[in-house]
Design a protein around this ligand. Structure first.
Ligand SMILES: Nc1ncnc2c1ncn2[C@@H]1O[C@H](COP(=O)(O)OP(=O)(O)OP(=O)(O)O)[C@@H](O)[C@H]1O
Ligand SMILES: [Mg+2]
Length: 348
């Protein structure tokens, strides 16, 4: 993120809030084999609160199964929270009521399955627009197709005549044509090769500068997330364990899980790849059916103390805009990751 990506504000006012998630919980009940068996559920999202303003991007990262897509489905109103509230758009509409009405749109990983193979590109994009007059519809569809970098002749092509990157551009055209306040991108560039990824990320940044749409950008790929996000939330077992400005990921991460995740991403420098010490976490994430008592990361944490196993830490603000859920924030450091003075021995 660079300063020129910061959206303009009227007389220094903050841009409006277009996503407000308050203590959202989504549990999936498990089927019981007998009535005597206790009721159990998967704690997919377990008390997430995030806010996002117009023109900004919130990144969400974390291992497979940590709840990223479930949070995405709550944000797009495809599912309702078990408890808590998810409001979208400048009017703060509950996400479930806004779903399908154009306030919030989504782009997923596999563009081929998102597009109807029998529909020409123009029809697919127009379908996302809903009830507007024909001239208005044609104009907006043309604009959306041009905005994603496709020439007008693509309008009369079918999905099978397009490359994966072109198909994803059509999905993005569908998402932007109704001028939503918010777009959820769930692994939207993950299946594209590196150069196509770069093109699509540049496209998303340009569209955001032009339209002020906010993005929630979910990905396994921390590097892609850092490139497009203003703020990044790191999830672990259904909870946010750290949320920080993208710059903090170069140095200044505070949660041991976030430091470990960051350490798996090599830093590409102009003259090669800088080796970064890796924190290899032992074991798999514990079951989301029975999350551990105390800190959920304690069973895998390299700097765990007794206290961590007993008492669950709260998510607290370390500095403005930087939140962390840890009893020992900042205590796990790595040369080249958390500290500027590369060469210092890692403490693990
Ligand atoms: N419909 C469902 N019914 C039961 N459990 C579910 C359902 N959807 C998700 N889960 C469970 O909820 C947890 C979170 O899943 P989710 O798909 O949100 O993770 P994710 O972070 O998006 O993972 P990935 O990186 O693999 O996409 C997992 O344990 C998953 O098995
Ligand atoms: Mg997912």
């Amino acid at each position: 993120m660079t300063d020129d990506r910061t959206p303009p504000t009227a007389q220094g006012d903050e841009p409006e809030i277009v996503l407000d998630v308050q203590d959202a919980v989504r549990h999936y009940p498990l089927r019981r084999r007998s009535l005597r068996e206790p009721r159990r559920s998967v704690h997919a999202v377990d008390g997430v609160s995030v806010r996002l303003r117009s023109g900004r991007t919130l990144g969400i990262v974390g291992e497979s199964g940590c709840g990223k897509s479930t949070l995405g489905r709550l944000i797009t109103g495809l599912e309702t929270p078990t408890s808590g509230a998810v409001r979208v758009g400048a009017n703060g509409t509950p996400a479930a009521a806004a779903s399908g009405r154009g306030t919030v749109q989504a782009v997923f990983q596999d563009p081929a399955s998102a597009l109807d193979p029998r529909m020409m590109v123009r029809q697919s994009v127009a379908e996302a627009l809903g009830g507007v007059g024909r001239d208005e519809r044609d104009r907006r569809v043309d604009e959306a197709i041009a905005a994603v970098g496709l020439t007008p002749d693509f309008g009369s092509r079918y999905p099978h005549e397009l490359s994966g990157g072109q198909q994803q551009r059509v999905c993005i055209a569908r998402a932007i044509v109704g001028e939503p306040d918010l777009i959820l991108l769930d692994e939207a560039v993950s299946s594209l090769d590196a150069s196509l990824q770069a093109q699509i990320l540049d496209l998303l940044e340009r569209l955001q500068r032009d339209t002020g749409t906010a993005y929630v950008f979910i990905s396994h790929d921390l590097r892609a997330v850092r490139q497009v996000s203003h703020s990044v939330a790191v999830m672990y077992l259904g909870q946010v364990v750290e949320q920080a400005p993208a710059e903090a990921f170069d140095r200044g991460l505070l949660h041991p899980y976030a430091v470990a995740l960051r350490s798996t991403e090599p830093r590409i420098l102009d003259d090669g790849v800088e080796p970064v010490e890796r924190v290899v976490l032992r074991g798999e994430p514990p079951s989301a059916v029975a999350p551990p008592a105390g800190c959920r990361f304690a069973p895998r944490c390299p700097i765990v103390e007794d206290h961590c196993r007993r008492v669950a830490p709260d998510l607290v603000e370390a500095t403005p805009g930087h939140l962390v859920r840890c009893h020992r924030p900042g205590d796990l450091t790595l040369s080249g990751v958390a500290r500027a003075d590369a060469g210092t021995p890692a403490e693990v």
